[in-house]
Ligand binder design. Structure first.
Ligand code: UDP
Ligand code: MG
Length: 167
């Protein structure tokens, strides 16, 4: 069964110039990239993304981390990978959450670190299960930004909706 998984290259991954390395590692999975973009991360988006962790003592620092406030890079790269066992394949390559415990050959084991404030800067986010993946992908992408139909959608007609077009 095909699965979708949200990948974020976090601000430390961008600052360390790891985008190419991470995408090369992920290409080992032979999964298909079905959405990709650079995204600014509002405080609301960061808090919603990590809402399961809102009671943790590191939550405030984690929100700052995902927003890029710790790395002078106010953006992330967001991608959706699609294919058989996508979540397990990507999580295996990413390695354990704690970069010190992650397999040293994994992405997090190779490039992650623990800061003095205790946040795990682990360069990449990977959804943890199918329901989280669906919640996260719908949060980061609209239906028109994903090139396969994976979740139910509806068409709406918006009146007086301003948008930018090329001049
Ligand atoms: N995190 C942290 N300290 C912890 C647990 C998590 O700094 O003790 C951060 C880390 O950046 C991690 C993110 O919070 O990637 C989300 O945590 P989760 O438990 O969902 O781990 P993941 O799914 O990213 O492996
Ligand atoms: Mg998680």
């Amino acid at each position: 069964m095909n699965q979708a998984v949200l990948i974020l290259i976090k601000p430390d991954g961008l600052k360390k110039s790891l985008t190419g390395n991470i995408l090369t590692r992920l290409s080992e999975t032979k999964l298909e990239i079905v959405a990709a973009k650079m995204a600014r991360v509002s405080r609301e988006l960061a808090m919603e993304h990590y809402k399961q962790l809102q009671d943790k003592p590191f939550f405030e620092e984690l929100v700052k981390y995902l927003r890029g406030e710790l790395h002078d890079r106010m953006k992330v790269m967001a991608l959706v990978y699609w294919g058989k066992d996508a979540i397990k394949k990507c999580r295996d390559l990413a390695g354990a959450t704690n970069p010190e415990e992650a397999d040293p050959t994994s992405i997090r084991g190779s490039y992650g670190r623990i800061t003095t404030t205790g946040v795990y800067e682990n360069v990449i986010h990977v959804s943890s299960n199918e329901s989280e993946a669906a919640r996260e992908i719908k949060l980061w992408f609209g239906p028109d930004e994903i090139i396969v139909d994976m979740y139910p959608m509806k068409e709406i007609v918006e009146k007086d909706c301003k948008k930018n077009v090329w001049a």
